[in-house]
Write a protein that binds this ligand. Structure first.
Ligand code: NAG
Ligand code: NAG
Ligand code: NAG
Length: 425
C-alpha cells in the first residue's frame, strides 16, 4: 500500500462514505467527515489508526462500493467499480476499471465511464455488461441527471475499439438515455440494470431494480431488438414486499448439479438447453443490506419468474451470512463457470474508516452452482486463489474444537493468512 500514498487512500475513503449512501433511501452526508477529509488531503497526510500491514493482501481492495459489470474479454477479466476521483463531491461517481489475467493480480486502468453527458452528469452508478452476438460488450448503467434529486435513467456505453482486449476507452452514443422512468416508476428508485439475455425471438431482455409504492421491491423487464429502443413489459419479472431491490441479478444454473456455469443467453435460446436449467434471482435489499436469492423457474412466454419456494422471498436464503452486498455474477467462458463477486463492508464506523484511511473490500470471487437438491446454491473460492498459498501450509487436521475454545495456530510468520477450514457438524 505504501506506493499508493495517503492521498489516494484518502480519496478512496471519501468516495466510500459517499457511495455507501447512494443506495439508501435517505442520503446521509457526513459533512463533518468530508470537511476533515478535504483538510487532510490539503495537508497531504491524513491520520491513521491502523497499520497498513493490516490491509488485506489477497482481496481486491480499491476504495469501493459495489461492483459493476465484471466480465471476461479476449483473455482478460475486467472489473469495473464505483469511484470518486475527486474525493469529496457528491456526483462524481465514475466507473473505475481494473484488468487481470487471473482474477488475482490486477492492473488499474483509467476510469471507463465518467460523467460527460446530460444523462449522467451527476453520477455514473452501477450497471452491467452484456456480450452482443458479435462478441463485443455493451455496458448499460444508471445515470443521475439532476442535481437536486437522484433522478435515475439508464444509459449505454460501447468500447471505442473492440480490438483492444483491455477495452480502455468507452463511448456513449448520442441516443442516451435509452431507458427513462416513465409510467409511474419512482425515478429515485430505479437503477442497476442487469446483464441482458436474448430470447428465442432474438430480442434482448434485461431487468432494472425498483420500488413500487413504499414497500414493494420490483424487477422490471425491458425488451429491445437493437439495445437502443427499449420497451417495458406489462408485468415485472417478479416483485415482493421487501423494500427496494438494488443490484438485481438473474441467471441460469444447470439443474443437474454439475458445476459448469451457463451463459445467460444460451439457456434461453434453445428449448433443450432451457429444460436443463433452473434460475436464480438475487436482490440486494436496501432495507436489510444483505443479498438474498431464490431458486425458481423462468416462464419465457409470460416473461415471469416463479420461485420454487413460494415463501422464498421472505428472506430465506442469503449468499453469505456475513457482510456481503451488491454482488454480481458473470459467466466466464474461459473456464465455463459462473463467478459470484460481492462487496464486503468492514463494519467499522464511518469515523473509524476516516481514521484508518480505507473502507470496504471485494470478497474473494467464488464459483457458484446449484446444489443437486435444487434447493440452494453452492459456492467455492475460485481455484486461482490456491496459487496464493505458501509452499508450506500449516495444516491442522482432525482437531475437535469445542464451543468457545481457542486454538493457537503456530508456525506462521506473516501478516496475511488464508484460512481454509472445513467444519463438520
Ligand atoms: C485498436 O486496438 C488494437 C489492439 O490494441 C490496436 O492495435 C489498434 O491500433 C487500435 N485501433 C485504433 C483505431 O486505435
Ligand atoms: C419514491 O421512493 C421514495 C423512497 O422510498 C419515497 O420516499 C417516495 O415517496 C417515492 N415516491 C413516489 C412517487 O412514490
Ligand atoms: C456496513 O456496515 C455498517 C456498520 O456496521 C452497517 O450499518 C451497514 O448496514 C453495513 N452494510 C452495508 C451493505 O452497507
Amino acid at each position: 500500500m505504501g506506493v499508493l500514498g495517503s492521498r489516494v487512500a484518502w480519496a478512496w475513503l471519501v468516495q466510500l462514505l459517499l457511495l455507501q449512501q447512494l443506495a439508501g433511501a435517505s442520503h446521509v452526508v457526513y459533512d463533518d467527515l468530508e470537511l476533515q477529509a478535504a483538510a487532510a488531503t490539503a495537508d497531504g497526510v491524513p491520520p491513521s489508526i491502523v497499520d497498513s500491514e493490516l490491509r488485506t493482501g489477497y482481496h481486491f481492495q480499491p476504495p469501493k462500493n459495489w461492483i459493476n459489470a465484471p466480465m471476461y474479454y479476449k483473455g482478460w477479466y475486467h472489473l469495473f467499480y464505483q469511484y470518486n476521483p475527486k474525493g469529496a463531491v457528491w456526483g462524481n461517481i465514475v466507473w473505475a476499471h481494473s484488468v487481470s489475467r487471473d482474477l488475482i493480480n490486477w492492473v488499474a486502468l483509467k476510469p471507463a465511464i465518467e460523467p460527460s453527458i446530460r444523462a449522467d452528469k451527476y453520477g455514473c452508478w452501477s450497471g452491467s455488461a452484456t456480450m452482443m452476438a458479435d462478441g463485443t460488450p455493451v455496458i448499460m448503467y444508471t445515470g443521475v441527471n439532476r442535481p437536486d434529486v437522484n433522478y435515475q435513467v439508464q444509459n449505454v456505453a460501447l468500447p471505442r475499439n473492440g480490438s483492444d482486449p483491455l477495452l480502455r476507452e468507452w463511448v456513449k452514443p448520442g441516443h442516451n438515455p435509452v431507458i427513462v422512468p416513465e409510467g409511474g416508476i419512482n425515478a429515485t428508485q430505479f437503477r442497476d440494470p442487469t446483464t441482458a439475455w436474448r430470447g428465442a425471438d432474438g430480442h434482448w431482455r434485461l431487468l432494472v431494480g425498483s420500488l413500487a409504492g413504499q414497500s414493494r421491491g420490483v424487477a422490471y423487464v425491458y425488451r429491445s431488438r437493437d439495445f437502443r429502443r427499449w420497451t417495458r413489459a406489462a408485468q415485472p419479472l417478479h416483485s415482493a414486499p421487501t423494500g427496494m431491490w438494488e443490484c438485481p441479478d438473474f441467471y441460469p444454473v444447470t439443474a443437474d448439479g454439475r458445476r459448469e456455469g451457463v451463459d445467460t443467453s444460451s439457456a434461453v435460446v434453445d428449448a433443450a438447453a432451457a429444460a436443463r436449467v433452473k434460475y436464480v434471482l438475487k436482490n440486494s435489499l436496501d432495507l436489510r443490506r444483505y443479498d438474498y436469492y431464490t431458486v425458481g423457474t423462468y416462464d419465457r412466454k409470460a416473461e415471469r419468474y416463479v420461485p420454487d419456494d413460494p415463501a422464498g422471498d421472505e428472506h430465506h436464503l442469503r449468499y453469505d451470512y456475513g457482510n456481503f452486498y451488491a454482488s454480481k455474477t458473470f459467466y466466464d467462458p474461459a473456464k465455463r463457470r459462473r463467478i459470484l463477486w460481492g462487496w464486503a463492508n468492514e463494519s467499522d464506523t464511518a469515523a473509524d474508516d476516516v481514521a484508518k484511511g480505507w473502507a470496504g473490500i471485494q470478497a474473494i470471487p467464488r464459483k457458484v452452482w446449484l446444489d443437486p437438491s435444487g434447493k440452494q446454491l453452492l459456492q467455492w473460492p475460485i481455484e486461482e486463489v490456491e496459487r496464493l498459498r505458501g509452499k508450506w501450509p500449516v495444516i491442522l487436521k482432525d482437531r475437535v474444537v469445542k464451543p468457545g475454545e481457542h486454538v493457537e495456530v503456530t508456525g506462521l510468520q506473516t501478516a496475511q493468512v488464508f484460512l481454509f477450514a472445513s467444519v463438520i457438524l
